[in-house]
Design a protein. Structure first.
Length: 115
């Protein structure tokens, strides 16, 4: 057994504004430089991926990505400075929260559940 939690942040207007799924999407965009490739890797449609980005941007009030139109090689997508900071910060936040959850589980529940 191991503890787990679903993490997300909400605003007063938008529940589930940003969480693991959108973090994975930003990470894939950062690595591939493409929403198309990121959505393909994650098994999502381009339309869903783009919609998720736009909803997060609207809720956060800040731009996460910049689309660059390209010539013969096509365009690309980059994370904004804010997008990169959010990507990095979420990873640290997630890791720290999961460590706290594991410690609390071990202290309060492990002996009871894993007899």
């Amino acid at each position: 057994m191991k503890p787990n939690a679903k993490l997300f942040i909400s605003s007063p207007k938008v529940d589930g504004l940003f969480g693991e799924g959108k973090w994975q999407l930003l990470d894939a965009i950062h690595r591939h430089g493409s929403i198309q490739e990121a959505s393909r890797e994650l098994g999502r449609s381009y339309r869903k991926a783009w919609g998720d980005i736009k909803r997060a941007e609207e809720g956060l009030g800040r731009q996460l990505v910049t689309k660059l139109r390209g010539g013969t090689s096509g365009g690309s997508t980059e994370l904004t400075d804010f997008g990169r900071q959010l990507l990095k910060g979420w990873k640290k936040y997630r890791n720290e929260v999961h460590l706290c959850i594991k410690k609390s589980y071990n202290r309060h529940l492990k002996k009871i559940i894993e007899k």
